[in-house]
Design a protein around this ligand. Structure first.
Ligand code: HPA
Length: 268
């Protein structure tokens, strides 16, 4: 067991947290104050990579919504920050070791579809890993999972159906599509975006895929939502910037948080 997991379980008195959530760029809060029990800075969790960019606060917040115990990562790390592959696996493995069975991942993403503008939510049905990176590269740790994990239900069908149901209940429009991952840190070129559209992408971003791979490897059921913050390069005349990503993600925060809370209420 990772040291970080032991530190957390000591603090929770061995109480397990069956639900995990990861907040994407610019999404600052999931919990209301009254829902929070306590939080731990990544600085106090030895195996956690420390986020280095604006819009990622770097703490794990423990709380309850609809009596579901949730460990929520406020801020994540990305490949482009220079972390080694298995370092990016650690936060997910810690979630597993503290009891996570269901994981909801969020991200900010560019749209490859002219109908899906900024502020739209897209439920990820599948991904294309175009990052040239895989967090499972290196010796396999059999304690977590098999050498060659299956990815045919990486975005769990039952959880996706429940997320669609939640969108109907909350009257929150929800697109569905394929997420393509690019390593960053530069935004893609218009030619790269053209290529991603041709191979079947609907949105593009620089995160999520490593986490989904590691979660599937260790048997956590996963569902993921992109919050669209811009049209991808070449699809509009605007210049892309991280400031725009953060600003537009902030605008969509309320909606995505509401959707996830309705979704949680539908789970057993
Ligand atoms: N490309 C990659 N990552 C992103 C984008 C984008 O256009 N928007 C937000 N994150």
């Amino acid at each position: 067991m990772l040291k970080s997991s032991k530190i957390i379980l000591k603090k929770t008195n061995n109480e397990k947290y069956p639900f995990g959530i990861i907040l994407g760029s610019g999404i600052k809060n999931f919990f209301e104050k009254k829902e929070i029990k306590f939080s731990i800075s990544y600085k106090n969790l030895p195996e956690f990579p420390k986020p280095t960019i604006k819009g990622h606060s770097g703490k794990i917040v423990f709380g309850s919504v609809y009596k579901k115990k949730i460990a929520c990562l406020y801020g994540r790390s990305h490949i482009y920050e220079g972390h080694t592959p298995n370092k990016l696996a650690n936060p997910i493995r810690v979630l597993k070791e503290i009891g996570c069975q269901t994981l909801v991942i969020t991200n900010a993403a560019g749209s490859l579809n002219k109908k899906m503008s900024s502020g739209s939510l897209m439920l990820i049905s599948d991904h294309i890993n175009w990052s040239g990176f895989n967090p499972l590269i290196g010796p396999n740790d059999d304690n977590y999972g098999t050498r060659f994990p299956d990815m045919s239900d990486a975005y769990n069908l039952d959880l996706r159906q429940k997320m669609h149901k939640a969108s109907k209940i909350g009257k929150i429009p929800l697109y569905k599509g394929v997420y393509t991952m690019y390593s960053g840190p530069n935004f893609e070129t218009p030619a790269e975006i053209k290529a991603l559209r041709v191979i079947g992408g609907d949105a593009v971003g620089m995160s999520t895929v490593p986490e989904v791979i590691v979660a599937n490897h260790c048997g956590i059921k996963t569902v993921a939502i992109s919050l669209i913050t811009n049209f991808a390069a070449g699809l509009s005349k605007n210049k892309l910037s991280h400031e725009e990503t953060l600003r537009e993600a902030q605008k969509g925060e309320k909606n995505i948080v509401k959707l996830i809370k309705i979704f949680l209420n539908l789970l057993k």
